[in-house]
Design a protein around this ligand. Structure first.
Ligand code: BGC
Length: 577
């Protein structure tokens, strides 16, 4: 599977004092035309501050009459500057911030909330705004003019769907399943026993994988083995959409673009039948739903340099959306299944012009599944190499007055690493109506970037490029490179609750399994040859026409690649004992 990194076709720097999309909160406000209607609002402002920068959500609840169109305003007390936002359209003039509803969230019923969020920079102090106005009226937490004819609400509106039987975090306190097939391959490698007892995901990458390929374990065998191990959580990747891997070739699948019925009846239905077997009810079954598919619809399906005909076809025929919605619905109906939808990675979707449409598409697909509660969370960095955390530079840093966003490496992205991206995405998704307990996962199997090339501190302040390139731990030639990366190491070991909003670090891509062959290899798995896996290739629009940085002599995607496993051990960070 692949993660083409795609910068927006039109990349937008932020005009001074202006404007990014932002979330808006709606509260009651009277406009002249509505004079006489009851108005009232309250705002809950929550920020996550790392010093010099922060993200915040302003959840506005409309305590008055229903609104059709809303504008939220506040004044910052300091020099806070919004750099990007979501769930609304944001503009700033001096200290004054205005957020107007987006086209899709203008109506705000009585007691309904909307939660615009944003990222901002500041120096000095960063106090919360002292007051907010909704449609021109100060939010006091009550209603005004005229007095309500019915009693005011006595309790706040529910913000999350009624609790089901699912736990908040399926990884917390769980004993995670160790796949014996991967474990044996890892243990057979020199040094491999240091990690062969780690939990990794099982990829259901074709219909035959449900029963087991070439005498290997199928889904039932894995779940039975999980019971034997006393495991209480296990991870499976749902990965067989029609027209799979539309922006790359290495993981093209078995189903053609129109095979949606086959996907439903021969792939999802049998998986759901097994997962719903009562004997597995004690296992939290975590599903990673269709890596790369929805992100490809956002960035690679037309209008950008990286677009492909295959992605345009999948957008036009609707089968990615239909397939994912069907998977979410069927699997989401099983109380011990936890669906996590793939959300690309920061160097793919971190620009506003990709980020905001992604949030909207996720909401649309979840709604198409019947309910947003079919989605337990989202996963970033699946099978990719983006660092969880860049320790030596932040997106808010500047060098001689120039923002690091302007460096060649960052290229105007709003994020420089996965954790900040995952957390901001989570905030935006909650703002778009997903459950406030939404949890994120980060695939840390190969994003460690240790070894001798790892910088020991920040880069020099001679230029913004020197600073970023000297300090970044991600040593890829370009952040759009994704295949069997040389220099990569194992990342953080799987762990529950590692950071705010993050349910777990997981190893979804099993270390040692190839991303794709470095040359054409005949096969009956539907897999093609993607030149991003060829170390002699000089790149395409999705990696800025740079060399690929791929290791040579790689086998087909999913096949064991000993040289890569050894590279990952050598460059592990944290280092192995
Ligand atoms: C391949 C799958 C494989 C998975 C995990 C994907 O890139 O297409 O066949 O199971 O990686 O290694």
């Amino acid at each position: 599977m692949r993660h083409p990194s795609v910068r927006p076709a039109v990349r937008r720097g932020l005009a001074a004092g202006a404007a990014a999309a932002l979330l808006a909160t709606g509260a009651v406000v009277l406009t002249q035309a509505e004079a006489g209607a009851a108005a009232g609002c309250k705002v809950d402002y929550v920020k996550n501050d790392w010093g010099g920068g922060f993200t915040a959500t302003a959840t506005v609840t409309n305590l008055g009459d229903a609104l059709n169109g809303w504008t939220l305003e506040w004044d910052f007390a300091g020099d806070q500057k919004v750099t990007s936002g979501w769930t609304g359209t944001f503009s700033q003039s001096g200290q004054h911030v205005t957020v107007k509803n987006a086209s899709w969230n203008g109506s705000l019923a009585t007691n309904a909330s909307v939660a615009p969020g944003f990222q901002a920079t500041y120096s000095g102090t960063n106090a919360a705004p002292a007051s907010f106005k909704l449609n021109g009226q100060t939010c006091t937490g009550g209603t005004s003019s005229p007095p309500p004819t019915s009693p005011p609400p006595t309790s706040p509106p529910p913000t999350s769907p009624p609790p089901g039987t699912r736990v908040d975090n399926p990884f917390a306190g769980a004993k995670q399943y160790v796949n014996p097939e991967w474990s044996a391959l890892a243990a057979a490698e020199p040094g491999g026993s240091k990690i062969s007892n780690q939990p990794t995901a099982v990829w259901l990458d074709r219909i035959a994988a449900i029963e087991g390929v070439n005498g290997g374990m199928g889904l039932r065998a894995h779940l039975d083995q999980a019971l034997k191990e006393g495991a209480t959580s296990a991870e499976f990747v749902i990965y067989d959409l029609p027209g799979r891997d539309c922006a790359a070739l290495a993981s093209n699948g078995e189903l053609g673009p129109t095979d949606i019925d086959k996907y439903k009846t021969q792939y999802i239905d049998p998986i759901a039948a097994i997962m719903s077997d009562a004997k597995y009810a004690g296992i939290h079954i975590v599903t990673v739903v269709e890596p790369d598919s929805l992100p490809n619809l956002v960035t690679n399906a037309g209008g950008t340099a990286g677009s492909t005909d295959a992605c345009a076809t999948m957008k036009a025929n609707g089968n990615y959306v239909n397939g994912v919605a069907y998977a979410l619905k069927k699997l989401g109906a099983i109380p011990n299944v936890y669906n996590y939808v793939d959300a690309g990675h920061h160097a793919w979707l971190g620009w506003d012009s990709n980020f905001n449409p992604t949030v909207q598409l996720f909401a649309q697909v979840a709604d198409a599944s019947g309910s947003k509660s079919n989605v337990h969370g989202f996963i970033t960095n699946t099978a990719n190499y983006s660092a969880t955390h860049e320790p030596y530079f932040k997106v808010t840093d500047t060098v001689n007055g120039t923002t690091v966003r302007q460096s060649k490496w960052v290229d105007w992205n709003n994020y420089v690493d996965e954790q900040s991206y995952a957390q901001a995405l989570r905030t935006a998704l909650v703002g778009a109506g997903f459950d406030s307990h939404l949890g994120m996962l980060i695939d840390t199997s190969r994003n460690g970037w240790g070894g001798s090339a790892r910088p020991a501190g920040p880069g020099p302040l001679t230029s913004v490029d020197d600073y970023v390139n000297g300090g970044r731990i991600d040593r890829r030639i370009h952040a759009g490179n994704w295949c069997n990366q040389s220099g990569a190491g194992l990342g953080e070991r799987p762990a529950a609750d590692p950071a705010t909003g993050i349910d777990a670090y997981v190893w979804v891509k099993p270390p040692g399994e190839s991303d794709g062959a470095s040359q054409l290899v005949d096969n009956d798995e539907g897999k093609g040859f993607d030149r991003m896996c060829d170390p002699t290739y000089t790149g395409n629009a999705r990696n800025g026409n740079n060399p690929t940085g791929a290791l040579p002599n790689a086998p087909l995607a999913g096949h064991w690649f000993s040289a890569q496993f050894q590279e990952l051990l050598k460059n592990a960070y944290p280092a192995l004992p």
